[in-house]
Design a protein around this ligand. Structure first.
Ligand code: SF4
Ligand code: SF4
Length: 207
């Protein structure tokens, strides 16, 4: 699992959350039962919430290793952490219509966002076409398109390259971007890469 995650994050960055992670698919289903547009997510939680769970998950695992914690107790604590995430989906994502689990709770999402800076894939908002209508922000369920981020021409750190804003923008201002590629080629290449990774993951799971 760590190898699959690291290779995916280094190839498609935060698209792990929106295209590959099955827990992300659960959060997607939960958020779609909530209001549209989604309620805005606090930037403090998008960074601070996931940084906290990252420290708890990594620090806890290291501490248990050093302390020689029995396997049964370690598995129980891991299950509690996982169940807390499911609770976030059921009670917060459904209520807010936003991907609260992926954007504010899951530590792997934050790692994917950070490693994504090493990949060529970005969302680019063409300032020449954008009318600041805000339709893309209403389509984004990861809290990545505040008015300030639209003004700056790029989504925030919680963007997972899901592409919902691309389909929603009535002026074709939001596009996939990779240096050296035209927007359509960047989108096609990115999708092929994500689909290929998906196939590899299914193959590995089958083994
Ligand atoms: S939907 Fe398109 S035009 Fe409207 S704010 Fe977003 S990028 Fe700009
Ligand atoms: S691709 Fe667009 S809709 Fe999806 S997370 Fe990024 S900014 Fe939001």
């Amino acid at each position: 699992m760590p190898i699959l995650f690291a290779s995916a994050a280094l190839l498609v960055g935060p698209a792990w959350c929106s295209h590959l992670c099955y827990i992300g698919a659960w959060d997607d289903m939960a958020s779609r039962r909530g209001p549209t547009p989604a309620r805005p997510l606090s930037k403090r939680w998008i960074i601070g919430g996931r940084a906290s769970t990252l420290v708890i998950a990594c620090g806890g695992a290291l501490a248990m290793r050093l302390l020689g914690t029995p396997v049964e107790l370690a598995v129980t604590l891991a299950a509690i952490f996982g169940l807390a995430g499911i609770g976030v989906m059921l009670f917060l994502s459904r209520r807010l219509g936003a991907m609260v689990h992926c954007a504010t709770f899951c530590p792997m999402g934050l790692v994917g966002n950070i490693l994504g800076r090493l990949t060529p894939w970005r969302m680019h908002l063409g300032q020449d076409r954008c009318t600041r209508c805000g339709v893309c922000a209403r389509a984004c369920r990861y809290g990545a398109l505040t008015p300030q981020e639209i003004e700056a021409g790029r989504p925030g750190l919680s963007c997972t390259l899901c592409g919902d804003c691309v389909a929603a923008c009535p002026h074709a201002a939001m596009r996939y971007h990779a240096r050296g590629l035209a927007p359509d080629a960047a989108r096609a290449t990115f999708m092929v890469l994500a689909a290929a990774l998906h196939a590899v993951f299914l193959g590995v799971a089958r083994m």
